[in-house]
Design a protein around this ligand. Structure first.
Ligand code: HEM
Length: 126
C-alpha cells in the first residue's frame, strides 16, 4: 500500500472521497441539493486544504469553519452527518494509503470534524 506523500496522492484521495460523498444517502444531499457545489472550484480548494494540513504547504487560504455556518442554517449539520463524513473519509484513506501521513489525515479530520460539529450545534442554539 502506498504512502500519502504528494499533491497527486491528495488529489486521488479527495476525488475518491467525494465520489463516495455524492452517492451517500446521509450526507450527499448537502453537496447536491443544499449547496449546488461547483466541483471545479471545490476540489482544488480541498487539495490545497489537505496539502496545507499534511505537508505544511500553506497553499490553502480560507476559513473552513465559516463556509459551513450558512449551510447549517439552511439544513442542520448534525453529529450523525459528521460521523458519516468521517466514516467515508477513513474508508477512502484506508482503501488507498498507509503510513504516518495517512494516520495524520485521519486524526486531523477527527479533530476538525468534532470541533465543527460542536460549533454547528452551538450556532443552532443562538
Ligand atoms: C457533514 C459534514 C460536512 C458537510 C455536509 C460539508 C459540506 C461542505 C460543502 C457543501 C462545502 C462547499 C461550499 C461551497 O462550495 O460553497 C464545503 C466546503 C469545505 N469543507 Fe466541508 N462539509 C462537512 C465537513 C467538513 C469537514 C469535517 C472538513 C474538514 C476536515 C471540511 C472542510 C471543508 C473545506 C476546507 C471547505 C472549503 C472551504 C472554502 O471554501 O475555503 N468539511 N463543505
Amino acid at each position: 500500500m502506498k504512502h500519502l506523500e504528494s499533491r497527486e496522492d491528495i488529489e486521488l484521495l479527495v476525488n475518491s472521497f467525494y465520489t463516495k460523498v455524492v452517492k451517500d444517502e446521509t450526507i450527499g444531499f448537502f453537496f447536491k441539493d443544499i449547496v449546488k457545489v461547483d466541483w471545479d472550484k471545490h476540489l482544488p480548494k480541498m487539495y490545497s486544504f489537505w496539502e496545507t494540513i499534511l505537508f505544511g504547504q500553506m497553499s490553502y487560504k480560507g476559513n473552513p469553519m465559516a463556509v459551513h455556518f450558512p449551510i447549517n442554517r439552511t439544513e442542520a449539520m448534525e453529529k450523525r452527518h459528521f460521523e458519516q463524513w468521517l466514516k467515508l473519509w477513513k474508508q477512502t484513506i484506508e482503501e488507498n494509503f498507509t503510513g504516518q501521513n495517512a494516520s495524520m489525515a485521519i486524526t486531523k479530520s477527527e479533530n476538525i470534524a468534532n470541533l465543527m460539529a460542536y460549533k454547528m450545534e452551538m450556532a443552532r442554539k443562538l
